[in-house]
Design a protein around this ligand. Structure first.
Ligand SMILES: CC(C)(COP(=O)(O)OP(=O)(O)OC[C@H]1O[C@@H](n2cnc3c(N)ncnc32)[C@H](O)[C@@H]1OP(=O)(O)O)[C@@H](O)C(=O)NCCC(=O)NCCS
Length: 431
């Protein structure tokens, strides 16, 4: 049996401490006993941007960034992407097991029943400026859902929680499609419960005057796979936002809106939109070397490259590359793919990128597919938010059931002024 402890000597005092390890980690709170004297608050750990801090324990997603492994509830992402529907994966993430056929049927029925949104919300959306970013509309309308379901505040009741989870999963594609159609000035299309999750979404996006919209099955399946790949990714920026905001016991709509806000940034979900802009800026394959030289000289970043935890090829990017081939068979080849492939080829051979372990991430190819399917770049992050909602909700639920969790409240190292007097008094305060 290994000795699962850590011995630390404080060179300021010469004292030695033996701390227990928990699942291979030291508990930061155990450092607090390390003091230079009775007045000392105790040792803190300092970790800006959580580079080496586990903020929770989780049984949902396993990620090994060094080896390029991603699993949901133990199942390799490659198998789930090949063999499952998005709603099966959603069930798995939320409940820990894949559903049997009867469970899947019941689950799909429940989610489908909640795809409609209240007419008030539709009116609310109509008030947005004509060129409002769809991600901003989505974030705001998800927050507005809490005005319609006040009982959602009762987050400690498992049945209430379950109902809000189903509502959010059901309504997310509807809100996303309405955001999109709003930005194009098109009338909203009501959900059609004859369709599955992604086909219904495509229906609400693209239906015009035809009595029944029929999505291309290859494109619908491609979107389904992309949804599966984006469903969860353990403790990323938006999931951390979900857990942090949820830890104050805010309702799930406010909490999900906070996660959407985090996802909207260009360093997180907004990256695939940036990839497309970058490929447009490069313009042609022959200009790739000059663009890479510019990045190496410190002007900007290669969007869609690099990851906080993957220091190897992102396994999702590998699957997406395959999906891209299937999509392009239907839509015709997106010319940006050639620029992207050339960027990848040169970057993977270049010492600058190799040394820093910078590989294409999930966003590098997803935008090219989305564009080929017919989406404008400002919809890309919305397409990320729909499936990630299930991951956020699974993590939120897990956080609420974890007896060790409390309101998230980090410490700081104060670097400001010491106490000082406000002298002399000004004329304004004397008056
Ligand atoms: C994802 C990301 C935010 C991770 O950041 P991080 O873990 O903080 O990594 P760092 O910024 O510490 O990067 C380490 C080094 O690689 C460089 N680097 C990281 N990503 C880079 C990129 N995309 N292009 C060029 N250089 C990059 C950094 O400048 C740094 O170089 P240095 O050591 O010389 O200072 C970052 O890689 C990035 O901004 N990528 C582009 C945006 C993107 O695709 N985001 C989607 C993520 S799914």
């Amino acid at each position: 049996m290994q000795n699962e402890t850590l011995t630390i000597t404080d060179n300021r005092t010469g004292k030695t401490y033996t701390l227990p390890l928990y699942k291979g980690a030291v508990r930061a709170i155990d450092l607090r006993q390390i003091k230079t004297g009775p007045e000392d608050f105790g040792l803190l750990s300092y970790d800006p941007a959580f580079l080496n801090t586990a903020a929770c324990q989780s049984a949902i997603t396993y990620l090994d960034g060094e080896r390029g492994i991603l699993r949901y509830r133990g199942y390799p992402i490659e198998q789930l992407a090949e063999k499952c529907s998005f709603l099966e994966v959603a069930y798995l993430l939320l409940n820990g097991e894949l559903p049997d056929p009867a469970e899947l049927d019941a689950w799909s029925g429940e989610v489908t029943r909640h795809t409609m949104i209240h007419e008030n919300l539709k009116k609310f959306m109509e008030g947005f400026h004509y060129n409002a970013h769809p991600m901003a509309i989505l974030m705001t309308t998800v927050a507005a859902l809490s005005t319609l379901y006040p009982e959602a505040r009762n987050i400690h009741d498992p049945e209430v929680r379950r109902l809000q989870i189903i509502r959010l999963l059901g309504k997310m594609p509807t809100l996303a499609a309405y955001s999109y159609r709003h930005s194009l000035g098109l009338p909203y299309v009501y959900p059609d419960n004859d369709f599955g999750y992604t086909r219904n979404f495509l229906n609400m996006l693209w239906k015009r005057t035809e009595p029944k919209y029929s999505a291309n099955p290859v494109l619908a399946r491609a979107l389904e796979v992309l949804f599966i790949l984006h469903a969860d990714h353990e403790q990323n920026c938006s999931t951390n936002a979900m857990r942090a905001v949820g830890s104050s016991f805010a309702d799930p709509y406010a909490t999900t809106a906070a996660a959407i806000a985090a996802l909207s940034g260009p360093l997180h979900g907004g990256a695939n939109e940036e990839v497309l802009r970058m490929l447009d800026e490069i313009g042609s394959k022959d200009r790739v070397p000059a663009y890479i030289a510019q990045i190496k000289a410190g002007h900007g970043k290669l969007m869609g490259f690099g990851h906080r935890v993957y220091k190897n090829y992102d396994p999702r990017a590998r699957i997406i590359k395959r999906v891209a081939d299937e999509v392009f068979e239907v839509t015709g080849r997106n010319p940006k793919l050639d620029i992207a492939l050339e960027l990848e080829r040169i970057a993977l051979e270049d010492d600058f990128f190799v040394k820093r372990k910078l590989y294409p991430n999930v966003d590098f190819y997803s935008g090219i597919i989305y564009q080929a399917v017919g989406f404008t770049p400002d919809m890309f992050t919305v397409l990320f938010a729909i499936p990630r909602t299930v991951g956020w909700l699974a993590q939120w639920q897990e956080m609420l059931q974890d007896p060790e969790q409390k309101i998230a409240r980090p410490r700081q190292l104060y670097t400001g002024q010491p106490v000082r007097e406000r002298v002399p008094e000004t004329a304004a305060t004397l008056a």
